[in-house]
Ligand binder design. Structure first.
Ligand SMILES: *Cc1c(COP(=O)(O)O)cnc(C)c1O
Length: 391
């Protein structure tokens, strides 16, 4: 095989493309993180993160993958034995559930079929059943990256209100933040979990918890063991976020640039671009499915994710073979199926720094792989292009 030339097409649903502007901003010497100039940089980042999370509460940053912020969300507000209501949406809800159990939480796990989002009626029923208010938190994944399905967080909050239940609402927004609308304060989310390497277009390694007043109050009584993750240790007396040890200095220079890019484009335009590019993938998948070929996993149009599409490969064909051809022959990287979806789906990430021809290029490689593997399909490229044409 010849050496690959041209750009690699990164279409996993995180990490996403890091724009050159961000790479340049991070390419600098280390500094003393106690100097006022660096404090000014992190202050600007925390203000910008509040704008992205749409919250007036503190956003706390950790040097960790998203898993770290998942853990921080749990251990700061829960005590061992506390009950948590979680909803099965896919692999990521499984892993967050496993983490809660590992910390001694009692998890009630609402079953799901991996083709739908959180069942808000089931959330309401579970909370109505909980007359003693044993459930301390409801935890849901906003955008289930394993299935390409977005859940209705406002609907979950409405269900909690209808049940008149005091549980906290914890939301994983790792693969939706800065690519789909997320409204921490409007939806009265108590802890929102974010990560650097998806919509924020940064390298992996920085994660966030955005925290409501109620969550901060709960953290004073909660006694799961914690130290590195402890909000109380991390927040200054004035409520400004600090760091446990040396901050991930370079990330903050990159984050300033990421926030500038999001602000120049406008968050609503960022969301609209994601919707447009996702629409092209869905248009192609519609053509594939119409001919008995691969189909979109998400059934309900209102739940189709604008940051990642999971595509079900027909029975008798290996989804991993599609990925391998895309990777080795065309230098296009796709996501694979996780847990129950292993070998059955490919996932096309379409979040972060992407435009129309990049999506069309990735879809073309996918179709060439279908062709090579004799997976039945009618080409969806024309439909994808039509969906992208200016209205
Ligand atoms: C990527 C992702 C995670 C995990 O983030 P890591 O940085 O890989 O730990 C968790 N939840 C969702 C929804 C994700 O997309």
């Amino acid at each position: 095989m010849t050496a690959p030339r041209g750009r690699q097409f990164l279409h996993v649903p995180g990490p996403t493309n890091i724009p050159d502007r961000i790479l340049r901003a991070m390419d600098r010497p280390a500094t003393d993180f106690t100097v006022p100039a660096f404090r000014a940089v992190t202050d600007e980042c925390f203000d910008g993160l509040q704008w992205v999370f749409k919250t007036s509460g503190p956003v706390i940053a950790y040097a960790s993958s998203g898993h770290g912020a998942w853990e921080a969300a749990l251990v700061n507000v829960l005590s061992p034995g506390d009950r948590v209501l979680m909803a099965e949406t896919g692999a990521f809800s499984h892993w967050w559930r496993d983490m809660a159990r590992a910390h001694g939480a009692a998890v009630s796990y609402l079953p799901g079929d991996w083709r739908h989002g959180v069942d808000t009626a089931a959330v309401e029923a579970a909370l109505l059943n909980d007359r003693s208010h044993a459930i301390k938190a409801v935890a849901v994944v906003h955008n289930e990256t394993a299935t390409g399905i977005v859940s209705d967080v406002a609907g979950v909050r409405a269900a909690m209100d209808r049940a008149d239940h005091p549980a906290l609402l914890l939301v994983d927004t790792i693969s939706s933040l800065a690519s789909m609308d997320f409204r921490m304060d409007d939806w009265r989310v108590d802890v929102a979990v974010g990560g650097s390497q998806k919509g924020l277009m940064l390298p992996p390694g920085l994660s966030f918890t955005a925290v409501s007043d109620r969550a901060l109050e709960a953290s004073k009584k909660a006694d799961m063991s914690r130290f590195y993750w402890s909000w109380r240790r991390l927040l200054t007396a004035e409520g400004r976020p600090g760091f446990a040890g040396t901050p991930a200095i370079h990330f903050f220079y990159g984050l300033i640039e990421a926030l500038a890019m999001l602000s120049e484009e406008g968050l609503d335009n960022v969301f609209a671009r994601h919707a447009r590019l996702a629409g092209a993938v869905r248009a192609a998948a519609g053509a594939w499915a119409a001919s008995g070929g691969p189909e979109l996993n998400a059934i309900d149009p209102a739940e189709q994710s604008n940051s990642v599409s999971a595509i079900r490969i027909p029975e008798g064909f290996d989804a991993e073979a599609v990925r391998t051809i895309c990777r080795d022959r065309y230098n296009v990287l796709l996501g694979g199926g996780l847990l129950d979806f292993a070998g059955k789906v490919i996932r096309i990430g379409h979040l972060g720094d992407l435009n129309e021809p990049m999506i069309l290029g990735a879809l073309s490689a996918v179709e060439m792989a279908y062709e090579e593997l004799a997976i039945p399909h009618q080409s969806g490229i024309t439909a994808a292009m039509a969906s992208l044409a200016p209205q």
